[in-house]
Design a protein around this ligand. Sequence first.
Ligand SMILES: [Zn+2]
Ligand SMILES: [Zn+2]
Length: 556
Amino acid sequence: MSSADGFIAGTTKIVDGGPDALRYNIVILGDGYRAGDMSKYHADVQNFVTTLETTPPFGALWDALNIHRVDVVSTDSGADDPASCGDGSAGSGAAPKTYFDATFCGDGAIRRLLTCDSVSARNAALSEVPEAHVTMVIVNSAQYGGSGGPVATFSAHPSAVEIALHELGHTAFGLADEYEYYAGCGTGEAGHDHYGGGEPVEPNVTANANAGTIKWRPMLSAPAAALPTTVNADCAQCDPQANPRPANYVGAYAGARYHHCGAYRPSYNCRMRALNQQFCAVCRRAIRDTLIPYLPAVYQGLWWNAPAGSESGWGISFAHQEDVIFATWFTYNAAGKPWWLIMTAVKGAGDDYSGTLYETRGPAFDATPFDPALVTALAVGSGTLTFTDVDNGSFAYTVNGISQTKAITRQVFAAPVPRCTFGMESNLALATNVQDLWWAAPAGSESGWGISFAHQGDVIFATWFTYDQNGVPWWLIVTATLGAPNVYSGALYTTTGPAFSAVPFNPAQVAITAVGTATFTFADGNHASFAYTVNGVTQTKQITRQIFRPPGTLCR
Ligand SMILES: [Zn+2]
Ligand SMILES: [Zn+2]
């Protein structure tokens, strides 16, 4: 009944969000699976993984995760099931030889408490995956059971996945039990009337029900409402009252952390209080807070020279979807005329993205129709973007034989500055922030021009990449502010300035000229009309986001 009773056959990364050093690593091991049980083990693991992905908030954070499956072969099948247990239940008396020696009634008191040799399991996980953050063990038994602690253990019973999610809440995310009893409501249990300790460290329980200072104050459903939300009239037992508020209401409910009174939970129910419930809003936030640092960085938005303002007059916009950054660099040519170049930059080994820089030419902005077949692209060099964090990096390029490197930083012009996530939302129509690269709708109908939105607070800074009457690159800018709901408008400007290669680039030499107005009216987060007057020409274009790696990137 030890690691002599089997062997580790191998490890497979079954969910691959990226390098182990950059992601949150869940390592799943099996116990009580013989060599002939491996396909069942794989199915049991997959069942858990599928459930995890469909349990909010994990699906939206999936890119933060790596999940590693370690194939552990045991001599015998199943788990120990002692004939007697403190709760009076009768077990089969089975004592199979298994690698991590899993056993029901692991504490000698409760049959469903399924434990294993957690030290051995943790060591096995770390030897297979040195970057392991959390270790889970699936036990090959159809009997219901599980436990938390340093290793989350659960059986292959269909409902044991629920235990696994609850135990993951403890083991991985530092959540407390929100239930208000120890042995159970109605057991007459003593010593659980009043919580008498200090403020608990866990984010989802509190001894402080002061509405002004409660630890989940920003998440209260009704910040002005008095707390606590419920009071237990008889602290000798669990509070029997039904939820007086709507489901999912966040307040302070009496009874939590094994006590009938004196400790509070955020919502009436939660997976940390009872199985088959969703995680409450406060627990979901705690899970997000843990996992968000492991999401791949997304650089989408408007950038300019660093330090901020030092070379005001040129910039570079990024649409960042999965491993690709589509960059649009708006600057000036050797004659000081507006000039823009594009680059489809692909992720390299580190946080660097490289590609070929192109100048495109095409029909004038007001051509009707705008025929994308007339757009031509000429390679003029190459570029590499390297990032040190989500707001800082460098842009190295060679253009027409001139090689330079610029430090770049995110351009901040209003608050709040959104953060962007790839793949977090499959329906971008639901987005309330429109920061992205847009083009004519339907997608592809006027390929060759576009408009980049940087959206901060109630301000959209838009850069429109198009062509003048000679068909050469021309870009215009507008700082569009929110007027009527979903309508942003402002004056359109064209600028001239020092050549991209000028050293120094003197922002005082940038000249700005008003040429008209622009209005963006958003039907939803992915559809808008772009109405403009430029040098007396008035037109309206329907526009939509340019998605080159579905489902695209959402900023908020
Ligand atoms: Zn628990
Ligand atoms: Zn909760």
